[in-house]
Structures are given as C-alpha cells and as structure tokens.
Design a binder for this molecule. Structure first.
Ligand SMILES: Nc1ncnc2c1ncn2[C@@H]1O[C@H](COP(=O)(O)OP(=O)(O)OP(=O)(O)O)[C@@H](O)[C@H]1O
Length: 412
C-alpha cells in the first residue's frame, strides 16, 4: 500500500507556530509519524547552512564546481539543499513551500522527483496555493491553535477566497524630488559574466517616468544581478553603460544619493527587522530609510503614516508590533513603507513569494492601486509573470549559454 501524504495551509499556522518543530521532534498527534525521523526543507534551513558556511568558511554540502552556496541563484540554492536532505534518507520530510522561488520547469522536475520518492518518504507539504499541492497528497491537516485538529480528505477541503478592496485614496506625496529626468534608468549593451559563467548578454533596457514594468525570468537568469546593478553595489556595473537618473553609475551620485530616490521591497528584508517596532513606526521609518525608528517624525509624517494604515484597513492595529502580524499584512506595511516618500522608482522584488492566492490577490490589488494613483515608476521582479497586474511592459530574460538576453513586450 502507498504512503499517505499530508498538506497544511501555511495561513492556518501562526507566525510563531511550533507545529513544525513538534512534528520533527515526535511531539504530535499523527500516529503515522510516531517514532519516525523527519527533516525539514525550508528557507530557514537554507539560510542557516549559508550562514554557517560564511562564518566558519566550511562547506556543508558539495556543490557543482565546489562554489559557495551563496554564489548560486536562489532557485539553484533550493535545489542543492533539497538533494542534500533527501540523501540523508529521512522517513518523512516537511516541505515548507518547496516550490516558492522556483520557475515552471524547475517546479515540474522537482515535483517529478518528489512523486518518485513518495513510496519511500512521507511528505507533509506546507502550501500557500492550491496549485502547488503535490498530486500524491491525500489529506489536508486542519489546524486550530497551532495543533492538528483533524485530517480532511483533500477532495473535501474548502479552498475558498474573498474579494479584496482598499477603500480610500493613496496618501499624497510630501517629499519633493527635483531634477528627475524623464529617463530614469538606462542599461545599454550591459553584459555580466563570472569567469566562464555568462549571466547577461547585451542587455538594453530603458525605463521612463510613470511606467510599470514586470522583470521576469527563470531561476538563475540574472534578475537579481540586474537589480543589484541599479539599486545595489554590484561592481560589475562599473565601466558599463549603466545610467541611473541621468548619471552614469560610478560617476556622479553616491550610492546613498541613488538609494534615496528608490523605494525597495524584498521579502528577505523581513529578517533584518529585529528591533520591536509598531506598524505605525514601521511605515514612518520609510521617511528615514532606516530599519528602526531613531528620529522623531514630524506631525505631517505621523499623519501620513496614519492615512496609510487607514487605507490598508489597519488603523486599529497601529500600535501592534510588526513581528506579531500575518505575513501578508507585514508585506502590505513594508510596501507602504517603501512608497511613503513617493520615490521616482519603486522596486518590488518577488513580493508574492510565500503567499497563498488570497495573499497574492491582496498584494496585486495594492500594487495596481499604487500604479493608478501615484507617479512612481514600478519594477516588479518575479520568476513568474502575474497577469492580474496592470503592467505596461514586461522585460523577459531569456537564458542562453552566452548569457541571458532581454526581450521587451508591451502589455498595454
Ligand atoms: N559571485 C558569483 N560567482 C559566480 N556566479 C554567480 C555569482 N553571483 C551570481 N552568480 C550566478 O549568476 C546567475 C544569475 O543569478 P541571479 O541571482 O541574478 O538570478 P535570478 O534570476 O535572480 O535567479 P532566482 O530566480 O533563482 O533568484 C546564477 O547562475 C548564479 O549562480
């Protein structure tokens, strides 16, 4: 007889849930896993391995070309760690949203691999979206107060979602930016390689005021590399035709001056927020580009933060600690923080990762609202295109052995 496999909807676990820890430590009410050894595949495990490698200069996992795990793209990193866990032959594996940063072809090969292992290993798959669920999953574990309440056959499970609305207008801009040219970003014949590894080839991309772009490409195609040339400190940008707000990168403005004009959001930033701040303080900190709130805000800044909270339907939670709210609410707050100054450019780097369909729809609704009610140019970065976004253009990276080339598609 085949194994029974389970799924748990991520949104039914609290942020501080101990359930996964308890499953792995044999403290649970699932008879089928009693006295069995399990392992966890999650982004946290990945971060720990990378951190250990960095701090001790050791290699836990053998990688192609013996490179450090950090130098691989996020998709490649996941694949390497999953193989490492499966090699340890656990009886069960908790898969914490395993497909989250993978592109379509990587998802299908990983799915195939997991299905082929499913007669030897029991899977407990934490999922965000119904379509991610492995076809071998037969039951959804219903969770109440972070405990397993019941096992529901998947055919009887209710995946329902609701419509999302944000009532009110996007709060006004109070920060003034002067001398912002119409052409915000220009990359001309930009190429990047690491020794024999060719990443980008002749990238030509011009971004103007008031445009909304999706930057799409499969794992390892170079999305992060492009963004790090615009927003970050990637040395590969120097000496190339990279123009930011009219100046060649590395010539006029300092990195600080460039960052002042760019709002940035990436879910990985969440791990940076270690100090305890309220939702209101978190939104206000966008005025200071700081992670905590160290300066006294003006009364106008306070009012704007309150207007944002109202728009997001969070006015009653303004004094709640940021750490204590749901993932999707954290993202709404961080996006508000990134745009509160109405910067000329806003980069939203994989904002939908690890969200269920309801969470994804919530973020899409907010982004579309920002596009319609502000002057900010948006670059939305993702490994999969999101058709409900009202983007004007798509910049798609097409990998090849000589490096990815780019293709512009006009959407509307
Ligand atoms: N320092 C480095 N040395 C060698 N190769 C590198 C280095 N940094 C990045 N790469 C390689 O560059 C390629 C592009 O990586 P990048 O992170 O830009 O891709 P991505 O499109 O953002 O991928 P993902 O969707 O998986 O995050 C990858 O193959 C990665 O391994």
């Amino acid at each position: 007889m085949g194994n029974i496999h389970f799924a748990i909807k991520k949104g039914t676990l609290s942020v501080k849930s101990e359930l996964i820890h308890n499953l792995l430590n044999d403290k649970h009410s699932l008879p089928i896993l009693k006295n069995k050894t399990g392992l966890l595949f999650s982004d946290t495990i990945l971060e720990k391995i990378i951190d250990k490698e960095d701090r001790h200069n050791t290699k836990t996992i053998k990688t192609p070309e013996n490179r450090s795990i950090r130098s691989f793209s996020s998709g490649e990193q996941k694949k390497i760690v999953l193989n490492y866990l499966i090699d340890q032959k656990p009886s069960f594996l908790v898969l914490d949203c395993p497909f989250e940063s993978l592109d379509t072809s990587a998802v299908s090969s990983l799915k195939e691999r997991l299905i082929s292992l499913s007669s030897q290993i029991i899977f407990i798959q934490i999922f965000n979206r119904r379509e991610e669920i492995l076809p071998i999953i037969s039951h959804v574990l219903e969770i109440k107060n972070d405990q397993i309440n019941s096992q529901i056959p998947i055919t009887n499970y209710n995946f329902k979602e609701q419509d999302i609305v944000f009532n009110g207008e996007v709060p006004e801009a109070i920060t003034k930016y002067t001398n912002i040219p119409n052409q915000l970003i220009k990359l001309e014949n930009v190429s990047v390689n690491y020794d024999d590894n060719y990443i980008l080839k002749n990238i030509n991309w011009t971004i103007h005021k008031n445009e909304f772009w999706q930057l799409i490409g499969p794992n390892g195609s170079g999305k992060t590399t492009i963004i790090s040339m615009i927003y970050g400190n990637n040395v590969k940008a120097y000496g190339q035709e990279v123009y930011l707000f009219g100046n060649k990168k590395g010539s006029g403005e300092s990195v600080w001056e460039i960052k002042e004009k760019i709002g940035y959001f990436n879910p990985a930033m969440l791990i940076l927020f270690k100090t305890e701040v309220t939702l209101k303080q978190m939104i206000i900190s966008g005025f200071f580009d700081s992670i905590g709130l160290y300066k006294k805000p003006t009364s106008l800044q306070e009012k704007l933060a309150e207007d944002w909270l109202k728009l997001l339907g969070l006015e009653k939670e303004k004094n709640t600690l940021f750490q204590n709210i749901s993932t999707v609410t954290q993202r709404l707050v961080l996006i508000a923080r990134a745009i509160i100054k109405h910067p000329p450019l806003l980069i939203l780097d994989e904002p939908m990762i690890n969200l269920d369909n309801q969470g994804t729809a919530t973020i899409v609704t907010l982004i579309n609202k920002l596009v319609n009610e502000s002057e900010t140019t948006i670059i939305f970065v993702s490994h999969r295109s999101v058709d409900t976004l009202q983007a004007n253009y798509k910049y798609t990276l097409l990998p090849s052995k000589d490096g990815s080339t780019g293709k512009v598609i006009k959407e509307n």
